[in-house]
Design a protein around this ligand. Structure first.
Ligand SMILES: Nc1ncnc2c1ncn2[C@@H]1O[C@H](COP(=O)(O)OP(=O)(O)OP(=O)(O)O)[C@@H](O)[C@H]1O
Length: 312
């Protein structure tokens, strides 16, 4: 069996009386691109800081590329590229100057240094700003310079803390593309609040909530879940809801916002049966206005909302 690129077992981190991470366990396989999600304060950065040897755990274990983060921190650092939430930089340096300085610090071999920097500039889509002073870069470019820095030593594992936060839509798209290109060649664990973006590029997502892992699955499994039927009906809300609930094969009905004047309903059916035509007919026969019929495939946001709202 292949050794996991990241392995976390019963990891706990306490800041004084604040229990930030409570006995979490998960693994990331080599080459996987995993989204690490959770509300503000859920414990994402804390987990990442322990994995990057930035701070020690209170208890439990973690290994990166097979090295213990506690006892083999130098080895872990050699195998790891880390993009922190806010990238510390030297404003008076030019982009390529900064990357050269960082490459020397990271002891990137002199014979491959120039090529490696060129490679990182290209992969992070920042070649056009290579001569610019860091102080004059927009946040999107700064983030990608930080990403290039994380990639300099060509580490097998990358940990990126909210690389998309605070970027405009174009910058977000550029940065997302750069991260997507890393998948397969590197193992990437990245935290984000941008669910549609995570959905676009990740193989798997882990959701942490109040220090506990609440969800850990492949996105293909999320998409394979039963679809939901959506109806917008102009009619008495309670009567419509009762008819839908009583319809054979329907297992759950939820009221949601409807289109102007109508009531929205999300309908779950046994084994994901597609009852659109049959239910629509029943609505029309009852004399109610049918404004919309739809079949919605489950999305990451559905899973996320369920996890966050169903917590105890
Ligand atoms: N240095 C610290 N001292 C005390 N408490 C801390 C410290 N850092 C984080 N915390 C607390 O630990 C908990 C987890 O914080 P963490 O920063 O890991 O969350 P997060 O999921 O990264 O949140 P965000 O999305 O806002 O970055 C929060 O309750 C936070 O207030």
């Amino acid at each position: 069996m292949t050794r996991p690129a990241i392995q976390v077992r019963d990891l706990t981190k306490q800041y004084g009386s604040v229990l930030a991470v409570d006995q979490i366990s998960f693994e990331v396989a080599p080459g996987e691109l995993v989204g690490f999600l959770g509300q503000n304060g859920a414990g994402k950065s804390t987990t990442m800081r322990v994995l990057t040897t930035f701070m020690p755990a209170s208890s439990g274990y973690a290994w990166v590329a097979g090295h213990d983060v506690m006892y083999e921190s130098m080895e872990v650092r050699r195998k790891l590229g880390y993009l922190p939430e806010s990238v510390p930089m030297y404003p008076e340096m030019r982009v390529e100057e900064y990357l050269l300085f960082r490459a020397k610090l990271k002891q990137v071999d002199r014979t491959v240094r120039t090529k490696r920097i060129e490679d990182c500039l290209r992969r992070c889509r920042i070649s056009e700003v290579r001569r610019r002073l860091l102080s004059t870069l927009s946040k999107g470019y700064r983030q990608r310079v930080g990403l290039a820095d994380a990639l300099l030593s060509d580490p097998p594992v990358l940990i990126l803390d909210e690389p998309l936060t605070g970027l405009d839509p174009v910058q977000q798209e550029e940065t997302l593309g750069a991260i997507q290109d890393l998948g397969g060649q590197h193992t990437v664990l990245f935290s984000s609040h941008h669910l549609p973006d995570v959905e676009k590029i990740c193989d798997r997502v882990i959701i942490i909530d109040r220090g506990h892992i609440r969800f850990d699955d492949r996105l293909s499994n999320v998409r394979a879940q039963a679809p939901v039927l959506v109806f917008d009906v102009r009619g008495p809300q309670d009567a419509v809801a009762k008819m839908l609930k009583d319809y054979p094969g329907v297992t759950e009905v939820h009221s949601v916002a409807g289109d102007d004047g109508g009531h929205g309903f999300e309908v779950h059916t046994r084994n994901g049966q597609d009852l659109r035509e049959a239910v629509a007919k029943k609505i029309v026969e009852a004399g109610w206005g049918l404004r919309r019929v739809d079949l919605r495939r489950p999305k990451l946001s559905d899973v996320y909302m369920r996890v966050v709202f169903q917590r105890g």
